[in-house]
Ligand binder design. Structure first.
Ligand code: ARG
Length: 454
């Protein structure tokens, strides 16, 4: 093999991060080989001893990774043989790198999903805390980025909690399909040794809710498909898109034109030329990194599309996008959970903004409807009222009663209650609405849910 080809085909400098999963998988395989009488007890003991030494070497940084040995699997196996002789050479009985590599990736990814789940809980908890502290803070809710109706800032935060809760549920679903054992499929067709695949699955914790072993049931499929990685990256992409939407809002809110929030200095940067600047680099980068993760999804799904059964070397290309997706998502969730805790809310600016733009126009229409006017007629009457208020440069609540009565005779003094921001907020008390009483109920629901062990 030429040096160029060696470099081109080797994966050790990125797949070495699978080392722990590789050793865990090998130990489970060896344990089963011994139990089935395929290797003897002495060889089994040597394999365990050798793997313990290798673990120590890797952890201390003494392990010498060799490009010549192509990937993490061959590096570890060669070292085992160097340390333990023939026992090391017996480990690969009834196994191929094809079923080994996908077992390793699954084991590694399962652990990462569990860490991601913790981070999603931390982020949701931080958001619920901010929501609880700001149930009664009012900001303009937007549609088309035009002032629409007043909403509670707590309610706004809880919208993201819903999104991240679904992300966690998606990850839990993906985890179930990641947690299946390919080992025993060997190169592609199964093996002639009397392997006990279910035992290996149980050893590796690849079991369902009722403790039944989860074993890939078709050897060709087991070694070749990477749909579990694609599915994970899709779930990660959706989570990043949620982060990106939130980022966009944080960026808008902290701009001078909004001035709704303040983000602590440790999450912002200055400008090299404009001394007054404080830039929201963290949310901007998160928005940018969303493109990178979505790109990995495209990469992985395209990687799979032309492959005939069974294993093809193309699959080695699954690792870098998958690793980078995990790293990017974890870092982003971690930093957002911290940043969210540091948000300072500026209630005055938010309320001021909610007072511009006739955010309570719908409430006036609803008021007229309750007095017997059909909704469409009320809608039109309010349009005229808004026009009049605009021409005098005042809010609807600032129009005198006689003027309002000019648009609808049934209007009485109590109209001013529903034209206030707070009156408007309190009125929206349907399940899932923005009324503080609803928002508080949702906070209690989220708290109970987040306290449950996953
Ligand atoms: N490094 C390879 C991968 O990542 C391991 C499997 C190699 N199998 C083979 N038949 N060349 O997919």
């Amino acid at each position: 093999m030429s040096d160029l080809v060696k470099r081109y085909t080797s994966s050790v400098f990125f797949d070495k991060r699978l080392w722990k999963a590789d050793i865990t998988g090998s130990l489970a395989h060896a344990d089963m080989l011994a139990a089935q009488g395929i290797i003897n007890a002495a060889d089994h003991a040597s394999i365990k001893e050798g793997m313990a030494k290798i673990t120590a070497e890797i952890e201390s940084g003494d392990f010498e990774w060799k490009l010549d040995l192509e990937d993490v699997h061959l590096n570890i196996e060669a070292r085992l043989t160097a340390l333990m002789g023939d026992a090391g050479k017996r480990l690969h009985t009834g196994r191929s790198r094809n079923d080994q590599v996908t077992t390793d990736v699954r084991l590694w990814l399962r652990g990462e999903i569990d860490l991601i789940d913790d981070l999603l809980v931390a982020l949701q908890t931080a958001l619920v805390d901010v929501a609880e502290a700001n149930v009664d803070v009012i900001l303009p809710g937007f549609t088309h980025l035009q002032v629409a109706q007043p909403v509670s800032f707590g309610h706004h935060m809880l919208a993201y909690v819903e999104m991240f809760a679904r992300d966690a549920a998606r990850m839990a679903e993906v985890r179930k399909r990641v947690n299946f054992l390919p080992l025993g499929a060997a190169a592609l067709a199964g093996t002639s040794y009397p392997l006990d695949r279910e035992r290996v699955a149980k050893t590796l914790g690849m079991v369902d809710e009722s403790g039944q072993p989860c074993v890939c049931q078709n050897s060709l499929d087991a070694v070749s498909d990477r749909d579990f990685a694609i599915e994970f990256t899709a779930a990660a992409s959706i989570a990043m898109v949620h982060i990106s939407r939130m980022s966009e809002e944080l960026i808008l809110w902290m701009s001078q034109n909004f001035g709704f929030i303040h983000i602590p200095d440790r999450f912002t940067t200055g400008s090299s030329i404009m001394p007054q600047k404080k830039n929201p680099d963290v949310p901007e980068l998160a928005r940018g990194k969303t493109g990178r993760v979505v790109g990995h999804l495209m990469g992985l799904i395209t990687l799979m599309k032309g492959q005939p059964l069974a294993y093809n070397k193309d699959n080695q290309e699954d690792k870098e996008p998958l690793f980078d997706t995990v790293d990017t998502l974890k870092d982003t969730l971690r930093i957002f959970a911290e940043m969210v805790k540091g948000i300072t809310v500026k209630p005055k600016a938010m309320e001021q903004a909610a007072l511009c733009g006739y955010a309570t126009a719908t409430d006036l229409a609803d008021y007229m409807v309750k007095k017997g006017l059909p909704f469409r007629d009320a809608h039109e009457a309010v349009a005229h009222a808004v026009k009049a208020a605009m021409s005098h440069n005042v809010d609807l609540s600032e129009l005198p009663l006689e003027v309002l009565q000019g648009f609808n005779g049934k209007i009485e003094k109590d109209v001013y209650e529903c034209l206030s921001l707070r009156g408007s907020l309190n009125a929206r008390s349907t399940l899932g609405g923005t009324a503080p009483v609803q928002v508080r109920a949702q906070i209690a629901r989220h708290r109970a849910r987040l306290a449950q062990p996953v």
